[in-house]
Design a protein around this ligand. Structure first.
Ligand SMILES: C[C@H](O)[C@H](O)CC(=O)C(=O)O
Ligand SMILES: [Mg+2]
Length: 394
C-alpha cells in the first residue's frame, strides 16, 4: 500500500442535475419562486436559473493509481474547477503516495490561498479530496466510513428538503424543510404568504413532525426576526441560512432574537475550519451544515466537526449524498442527515445526485441501513450514460 502512488489526475465537466442539483429543467420545485439574495431584482425573482445558479455544472475528478485503481468524486464547479484541477492542483497529486491525503490537502490549500480560501477553489479542492478518499477505500477494499474510524450507528435517519413535507412525512422522514418563497422585497404581503404556507403545512402534518424553513441567504436581520417570531406559533423547528454567509454578526444577533427553542442553522456556503470557527466562536448557530463537496472535503470536515463538538454544536451536512452518508455514520454529533428531494414535484424518493452516480443509495422509510454503505470507497460508480467532457486535457 505504501508503494502505491498516484499516476494520473483527470477533471471532467457534466451537465444536467447530479452534484449541481440546481441544474434542473423547467417545472422543478427547486426553481419555483424561491427567495434569494437576487429576489430584490424583480426580473430574477421567479427563477434561480435566470441569474445563473446552474452556470457551473458538475465537476468530476478522477484519480488513477499506479496499480490501476481509479477513485472519483463529483461536486459543483464545472469548467473553471476543471481548469484549477488540471493546471494547478494535479501537480500535488501525481507521483505522491495514495495515503498522502493530509499533505496533499495542505498543499492544495496553501498554494491557492492567494486566489482561493472559499467558494469555487474550495469546491474544487473538496472534489479532489473526496476522490482521494474514494481511491484509498477502493485500494483497501474498505468503505470510507471505516477509513474514518468506524460507524457509531447502524442506521441513519433523514429529514427531507422539498416543497412537500406532507408527502415526506408519509414517506417516513423525520421532518421536512421547505424553501422560503418570498423575500423582504415582497413586503408584508410576502411575509404573510410565507407564514400562511407554513401554517397550511403544519395543519397537514400535525403537531409533532419537524418543519423547517430554508431562506437561502435572502433575508435581513429584521425580516428574519419577524419571520421567526411569526413562525413560532406554527412550531418551526429551525430557520436556515437566513442571512448572508458573510454576516456572522447578524447570525449572532438572530440567534438572540429567535423565540426560545427555535434553532438557527447555517453553513452550507461556509468553508474550512477557519470559516466554521467564526460561526462557532461567535455563537452564530445551533447546527452547522457544511456541504461535504464545498467545505474542503472530508479531510477538512473531520476538523470542522471536532471544533463543532467542542462548541456543543451539531453537524448536519447540507445535501452531499454519499459523501454525507459515510461521514454522518461516524459522528456522535451528527444524529441525522439531510435528503434533498430531487423529484420535480418532491413526491417520490430519487437518488440525490441522479443521474450521475450508479449504485447511489436512498433512504427507505426515511432511514438507511449502514450495511447499504458497506462497499469500497464511497460505494458508487459514474453512470457511463452521462456525457463526460474533458476541457483541459494537459
Ligand atoms: C431549497 C434550497 O433553496 C436549496 O436549493 C437547497 C438547500 O439550501 C438545502 O438543501 O439546504
Ligand atoms: Mg439550505
Amino acid at each position: 500500500m505504501g508503494n502505491i502512488t498516484i499516476k494520473h489526475v483527470r477533471a471532467f465537466v457534466l451537465r444536467g442535475g447530479g452534484a449541481d442539483y440546481h441544474d434542473q429543467p423547467d417545472g422543478h420545485w427547486i426553481d419555483d419562486h424561491i427567495s434569494t439574495p437576487m429576489s430584490k431584482y424583480p426580473e430574477y425573482r421567479q427563477s434561480r436559473r435566470s441569474f445563473g445558479i446552474n452556470v457551473l455544472g458538475t465537476l468530476v475528478v478522477e484519480i488513477e493509481a499506479s496499480d490501476g485503481t481509479v477513485g472519483f468524486a463529483v461536486t459543483t464547479g464545472g469548467e473553471p474547477a476543471a481548469y484549477i484541477v488540471e493546471k494547478h492542483l494535479a501537480r500535488f497529486l501525481e507521483g505522491a503516495r495514495v495515503t498522502d491525503i493530509e499533505k496533499i490537502w495542505d498543499q492544495m490549500y496553501q498554494s491557492t490561498l492567494y486566489y482561493g480560501r472559499k467558494g469555487l477553489v474550495i469546491n474544487t479542492i473538496s472534489g479532489v479530496d473526496l476522490a482521494l478518499w474514494d481511491l484509498l477505500g477502493k485500494i483497501r477494499q474498505e468503505p470510507v466510513h471505516q477509513l474514518l474510524g468506524g460507524a457509531v450507528r447502524d442506521e441513519l435517519q433523514f429529514y427531507a428538503t422539498g416543497a412537500r413535507p406532507d408527502l415526506a412525512q408519509k414517506m417516513g422522514f423525520i421532518g421536512g424543510k421547505m424553501p422560503l418563497h418570498h423575500g423582504p422585497a415582497e413586503g408584508e404581503e410576502g411575509l404573510r404568504k410565507n407564514l400562511e404556507e407554513l401554517a397550511t403545512m403544519r395543519e397537514r402534518v400535525g403537531p409533532d413532525f419537524w418543519l423547517m424553513l430554508d431562506c437561502w441567504m435572502s433575508l435581513d436581520l429584521n425580516y428574519a426576526t419577524k419571520l421567526a417570531i411569526g413562525a413560532h406559533e406554527h412550531g418551526l423547528k429551525w430557520i436556515e441560512e437566513a442571512l448572508s454567509p458573510d454576516d456572522y454578526w447578524g447570525y449572532a444577533a438572530l440567534r438572540n432574537n429567535v423565540p426560545k427553542g427555535m434553532l438557527v442553522t447555517t453553513g452550507e456556503h461556509e468553508a474550512t475550519r477557519w470559516g466554521f470557527r467564526m460561526l462557532l466562536e461567535m455563537g452564530c448557530c445551533d447546527i452547522i451544515q457544511p456541504d461535504v463537496g464545498w467545505c474542503g472535503g472530508l479531510t477538512e470536515l473531520v476538523k470542522i466537526s471536532a471544533l463543532a463538538d467542542a462548541h456543543n454544536a451539531m453537524v448536519v451536512p447540507h445535501g452531499s449524498s454519499v459523501y454525507s452518508y459515510h461521514f454522518v455514520a461516524t459522528r456522535q454529533n451528527s444524529p441525522f442527515a439531510e435528503f434533498l428531494m430531487m423529484a420535480p414535484k418532491a413526491d417520490e424518493v430519487v437518488p440525490m445526485f441522479h443521474p450521475q452516480l450508479l449504485g447511489e443509495p436512498v433512504p427507505v422509510n426515511g432511514r438507511m441501513r449502514l450495511s447499504v454503505l458497506d462497499k469500497p470507497g464511497f460505494g458508487v460508480d459514474l453512470n457511463p450514460d452521462c456525457q463526460l467532457h474533458r476541457p483541459y486535457n494537459r
